[in-house]
Design a protein around this ligand. Structure first.
Ligand SMILES: Cc1cc2nc3c(=O)[nH]c(=O)nc-3n(C[C@H](O)[C@H](O)[C@H](O)COP(=O)(O)O)c2cc1C
Length: 163
C-alpha cells in the first residue's frame, strides 16, 4: 500500500502484532513533539502500519498539517523492539480505502466499532532497537525470565522492588 520500499521484517511484524501498543510521535504546529499511545496497531503490509482512530485529536490535527511521524514498539519482556519513521494519513469511513483496511480490525468488537477512521502510516525507515542490557552479554532468554518475574511482582499483591 505504501509508496516506500521500507521493509518491516517478519520479526518486527511479530512485535507489532503481539504488542499492538505503539507510542506515536507527531509534530505540533509550534514544533513541539506530541507523543501518545495507540493500542490498536496492525501491520497492513511490508511497508504499512495502521491504527484505529478512537480519541486522538492532537495527533489527527498534527498529521493533517505535517504527516511526519515516528512510532516505537517494545517487547517489555524481551527488551527489544522496533522504530518506524514515515508519513501518516487519516482514512475516514467514507474514504474509498476504508473498506479495504477495516478487515484488519475485525474481531475487535465494540472498540473497533467506535473508530471514526483509520490512520495509515507509510513507513519510510524501519529500525530494530535493543536494550543496552544486551551489551552486557545478557541473553533474551535471561531477560525474558527476569522481566516475567518483575511483571509478576508488579501485579496487585506482588512485591516489586525495582532492580
Ligand atoms: C493503552 C492505550 C491504548 C490506546 N489506544 C488508542 C488507539 O488505538 N487509538 C486512539 O485513538 N487512542 C488510543 N488511546 C488513547 C490516546 O492515547 C489518548 O486519548 C491520548 O490523550 C490522545 O492524545 P493525542 O490527541 O495527543 O494523540 C490509547 C491510550 C492508552 C493508554
Amino acid at each position: 500500500m505504501g509508496q516506500s520500499t521500507a521493509k518491516i521484517t517478519d520479526e518486527m511484524a511479530k512485535t507489532v502484532t503481539e504488542q499492538r501498543l505503539g507510542f506515536l510521535a507527531s509534530v505540533s504546529p509550534d514544533g513541539a513533539p506530541n507523543l501518545s499511545p495507540k493500542g490498536t496497531f496492525v501491520v497492513v503490509d511490508g511497508s504499512t502500519l495502521a491504527y484505529a482512530e478512537l480519541r486522538s485529536p492532537n495527533t489527527l490535527r498534527n498529521i493533517a498539517a505535517n504527516p511526519r511521524v515516528e512510532v516505537n514498539f517494545v517487547d517489555s519482556f524481551a527488551r527489544k523492539g522496533c522504530r518506524f519513521k514515515g508519513k501518516a494519513r487519516f482514512v475516514g469511513k467514507d474514504d474509498v480505502a476504508f473498506s479495504g483496511l477495516r478487515p484488519h480490525f475485525d474481531g475487535w468488537g465494540d472498540l473497533a466499532d467506535r473508530m471514526s477512521g483509520i490512520v495509515v502510516i507509510d513507513v519510510e525507515t524501519a529500525l530494530s532497537v535493543t536494550s543496552p542490557a544486551y551489551d552486557l552479554g545478557q541473553t533474551e532468554e535471561e531477560l525474558r525470565a527476569q522481566w516475567t518475574e518483575n511483571f509478576r511482582r508488579m501485579q496487585p499483591g506482588g512485591e516489586f522492588r525495582g532492580n
